[in-house]
Design a protein around this ligand. Structure first.
Ligand code: GLU
Length: 513
């Protein structure tokens, strides 16, 4: 028999914005699928109607699209296993729960929430595991304790009930996890989880296992928070007679707070000033807005690269990977067991690396909306020149424009520190002479020509070029630091440089300390 083809799924619940940890789960599934010529499936696990949040599904799809994670099968793409939203698959699940009842592997439970509460309190008081399990179930109202007639009567009457799995006592559940190795749990530590709820909807566990089976999922790659559910899922595969087609499991390490203490939460992002969501999200109920990587100015490929390395690395600790390289290099067996610390400095670093390497025209398209917003009327070539000069010093594309404001606007203020420290009695006079020497240059003079003229003016006037550099920069840009000076002047162009120099000498005056 040939190898089972690789089919993986990303199965978020649309209960809010997708956390960046969820995006990493999607990414690892996607890389694994592409690497193995398999299928990447988006399945929406929306059976908990009480937690439904409008807009969340759209948000999830938009996030994946922004990052370049293409979906092969899903609600919009279709596929051989439609529908891909669990709420639309509702009628499919009941038969499996009922099959288990027939085989004495599940049972009806009629307990009210008060009765469940009482049970928990009773068990807690006697220091026992407060769970509906192989011991406590015998003192509850279910089809194991009630007579067959009463069960029938209750069902016919339409009493509320749930269907629970009937776990055996003291059985060892063993399964292999690609990241964690062998996992062994005793059914004594597990409870009889609800499979079908009173509203007829399956629980996450039943729907997840049934769908993974029906959709031919080969590998379940998901966050570590689902590891405690895996033994139950393994039991369900066994009970349903699907053990042979059980997927392989890979539980990914948690994303931790920057200090390593606990799981990265939404609040950490707000507190420490970095996004924990791929895209900006406004809560439809509270109106509260959380920042997103996209709106903060990150490149999607930089975010993908950063996320790939949060929990996985190659043996040589290489850091920069294109999507194609990730597809080639990624391996589940190199995913680490221990949690991955989120590091905002590293996120900046990745973005900066991409900013420096990207074709100028790509960076231009990123900043074009900002240029328009600011009302700058400049051509693409000019902006690209600014980006080229500025990008080594900043982490985000937008900062090439914001920090390089002087390329687009005449200065209205001049760095006071430089003015008070560097302006001498003759500074304005020298600047005017420099201005005149620039005026004599051709319109398209090179950086070197400006530099040569500057040096000769200084020499002719017996001043050190070093002492005039900062005044020149401040006169032209208003700022004490910035792009390489001669390139900056050449890029602005002769006439702008001359006008700005003249204006500065009128506005700045030497004042004796
Ligand atoms: N619906 C679960 C979630 O929201 C899916 C977990 C799994 O992949 O099995 O993450």
């Amino acid at each position: 028999m040939g190898e089972k083809s690789v089919r993986v799924r990303f199965a978020p619940s649309p209960t809010g914005p997708l956390h960046i940890g969820g995006v990493r789960t999607a990414l690892y599934n996607y890389l694994f699928a592409r690497q193995n010529n398999g299928a990447f499936i988006l399945r929406l696990e929306d059976t908990d109607q009480t937690r439904f949040v409008p807009g969340a599904e759209q948000y999830i799809k938009e996030s994946l699209e922004w990052l370049g994670i293409e979906i092969d099968e899903g609600p919009d793409q279709g596929g051989d296993h439609t529908p891909y939203r669990q709420s639309e698959r509702k009628p499919m699940y009941r038969q499996y729960a009922e099959r288990l009842i027939k085989q004495d592997l599940a049972y009806y439970a009629f307990d009210t929430s008060e009765e469940l509460d009482q049970m928990r309190k009773r068990l807690e008081a006697s220091k026992m595991q407060a769970a509906y399990d192989s011991v406590s179930r015998m003192s509850m109202k279910n089809s194991l304790t009630l007579s067959a007639d009463e069960v029938k009567e209750r069902l016919e009457r339409g009493d509320d009930y749930v269907i629970r799995i009937k776990l055996p006592r003291k059985e060892e559940v063993r399964f292999h996890d690609i990241v964690r190795g062998w996992v062994v749990v005793s059914t004594n530590q597990m409870d009889d989880k609800v499979l079908l709820k009173a509203d007829g909807m399956p629980t996450y566990h039943l729907a997840n296992v049934v769908d993974d089976y029906l959709m031919g999922i080969s590998h379940v790659i998901r966050g570590e928070e689902w590891l405690p559910s895996a033994p139950l899922h393994v039991m369900l595969y066994k009970f349903l007679g699907w053990e042979d087609s059980m997927p392989e499991f890979a539980h990914l390490p948690l994303l931790l707070k920057p200090d390593g203490n606990g799981k990265l939460s939404k609040r950490d992002g707000d507190r420490l000033g970095f996004p924990v969501f791929p895209l900006q999200w406004t809560d439809p109920k509270t109106g509260e807005t959380s920042s997103g990587y996209r709106e903060s100015g990150y490149f999607p490929d930089a975010v993908m690269n950063m996320l790939a390395l949060l929990g996985w690395h190659t043996s040589d600790n290489r850091e920069i990977f294109t999507k194609e390289e990730l597809i080639k290099e990624f391996s589940l067996s190199r995913v680490s067991k221990s949690g991955a610390k989120f590091d905002v400095q590293k996120a900046y670093w990745f973005n900066q690396q991409y900013l420096q390497k990207k074709p100028l025209s790509d960076v231009y398209s990123t900043v074009k909306p900002l240029i328009d917003d600011l009302g700058y009327e400049v051509c693409q070539e000019y902006v690209e020149g600014v980006i080229d000069m500025m990008r080594e010093k900043v982490q985000f594309a937008k900062d090439t424009i914001l920090d390089g404001k002087y390329f687009f606007e005449d200065p209205t203020e001049y760095d006071e520190k430089v003015v008070s420290k560097k302006w001498q009695e003759n500074t304005n006079e020298i600047l005017l002479k420099i201005s005149n020497s620039f005026k004599a240059l051709p319109e398209t003079a090179s950086p070197e020509q400006y530099e040569e003229n500057f040096i000769s003016v200084c020499e002719e006037n017996g001043v050190k070029p070093g002492s005039q550099m900062q005044p020149l920069r401040v006169a032209i840009s208003g700022q004490g630091v910035g792009a390489p000076i001669w390139e900056m002047i050449a890029h602005l162009g002769r006439d702008y440089a001359v006008d700005r120099l003249n204006a500065a000498t009128e506005k700045i005056s030497f004042s004796n300390p």
